[in-house]
Design a protein around this ligand. Structure first.
Ligand SMILES: Cc1cc2nc3c(=O)[nH]c(=O)nc-3n(C[C@H](O)[C@H](O)[C@H](O)COP(=O)(O)OP(=O)(O)OC[C@H]3O[C@@H](n4cnc5c(N)ncnc54)[C@H](O)[C@@H]3O)c2cc1C
Length: 377
């Protein structure tokens, strides 16, 4: 039987791969997405789902531009995905308080507020009293807060599954438990991918394999460094809501979700590849959560989990075509902001695959030239 040829094969069924599949399917190109486990089984289901374009205080102006544009796409994306997939992604736009617990943090946040206001974003400084009026369960020890009305949140795994199902509704194909072993490259041009079941021919490949990106490309002699930064989280349930807005500090955040759940995250451990949830990690989060919201200690335990954020050495995601391999596109390394950046990443990558120039400047996200010895598989 002749193997079907696809225009584009996407490797990785996290939020990034699924968003790209959705955008390509909207453009009526033939697309196959391969995921080695289940859709949203890695970082994209561990995420707290914050759309923290302003809360994250990004160093890179270009990344900040993408982040705020991506955040603005969510209302339309939410409605589109609901219609196509039936999944409600849980978009909540009730804002975020970035808390200052020390005088230095207060100074730093005030500077960020004026910077963000000069860029046309909404942000304002709240005194401790004003912050407590807004969120009465907050600790009286807070010194003040940066109030960001436009930083919302979604349910990360629902968003990922909604992208996937919507892509399928528009004609994309998805295969789970399909582990891609390597790319098939001829004359520095990608011509297919290899799984244990054989070779699937295609014209383009988009690698969106999160922390698996580096090892996937290694057999082809391509060196695209992405390393894991493990994060642990837990959640509690309360019968009456303790919070309306997301509460965010450097070491800990509290995200109020549907059905009385509050997600508390997240630890940060570079290069840790295991998904164990440790007592040390959870107890340090509990202490920080109590400092912010003392009444959380009366809440009922719900669950704990961990995931690996895909990070790059230059702290920016890769978005582009590989300089040494025609037809190989990479979208990986979204670190702490893959959920937030997923809508815009989908559009940018679909533009690139179609040979169009994206509307946004993505030169800062180019793929590095470095190669291992080229094997040409
Ligand atoms: C604890 C935690 C909290 C977070 N909170 C937030 C947040 O609040 N807001 C936010 O915006 N972001 C957040 N993030 C970051 C966000 O989760 C990631 O940036 C995002 O999920 C990355 O998506 P991805 O699709 O690139 O990677 P992944 O979700 O990891 O998906 C990659 C997929 O590729 C598959 N794969 C790998 N290799 C292969 C192969 N060879 N063949 C086939 N498939 C393969 C994997 O199985 C995986 O499913 C958080 C992350 C963590 C860990």
């Amino acid at each position: 039987m002749k193997t079907k040829t696809y225009e584009t094969v996407i490797v990785g069924g996290g939020v990034i791969g699924c968003s790209i599949a959705f955008q390509l399917a909207k453009r009526e190109t033939s697309v196959l997405l391969l995921e080695k486990e289940r859709i949203a089984s890695q970082a994209s289901s561990a995420a707290a789902g914050m759309l923290g374009a302003q809360a994250e205080l990004m160093e890179s102006r270009t990344l900040f531009e993408l982040a705020r544009t991506s955040r603005s796409l969510f209302p339309v994306v939410s409605a589109e995905l609901k219609e196509l997939s039936g999944i409600d992604i849980g978009l909540v736009r009730k804002g975020l308080l970035r808390i200052a617990l020390t005088a230095e943090e207060a100074d730093r946040l005030r500077k960020h507020i004026s910077c963000q206001q000069s860029l046309g974003e909404q942000a304002e400084w709240l005194t401790a009293r004003q912050a407590l009026e807004m969120e009465p369960e907050l600790s009286p020890n807070v010194l003040g807060a940066m109030y960001i009305p436009d930083d919302g949140q979604v349910v990360a795994s629902d968003l990922t599954n909604a992208f996937a199902r919507s892509a399928v509704a528009l004609g994309a194909e998805i295969q789970e438990f399909a582990d891609v072993e390597h790319l098939v490259v001829e004359k520095e041009t990608v011509v297919g991918i290899k799984t244990k079941d054989g070779i699937i021919p295609c014209n383009q490949v988009v690698v969106a394999a999160g922390v698996g990106t580096e090892s996937l490309l290694k057999p082809n002699g391509l060196h695209v460094p992405v390393y894991p930064v493990k994060g642990e989280c837990y959640s509690v349930k309360t019968s009456k809501p303790l919070l309306e807005k997301t509460i965010y500090t450097d070491g800990c955040y509290l995200v109020p979700k549907r059905y009385g759940e509050i997600v508390v995250g997240a630890t940060v451990k570079k290069h840790a590849c295991d998904r164990k949830v440790t007592l040390g990690g959870i107890s340090s989060l509990m202490q920080q959560a109590e400092r912010l919201l003392p009444s959380i200690m009366q809440a009922e335990w719900n669950r704990a989990w961990s995931g690996m954020r895909p990070q790059t050495p230059h702290d920016l995601p890769y978005l582009g075509e590989h300089p040494r391999c025609k037809g190989l596109f990479i979208a990986a390394g979204h670190y702490r902001n893959g959920i937030l950046l997923s809508p815009i990443t989908g559009i940018i990558m679909a533009d690139l695959v179609e040979g169009k120039t994206p509307r946004w400047d993505i030169s800062a996200f180019a793929i590095p030239e470095t190669v291992h010895s080229y094997t040409g598989v």
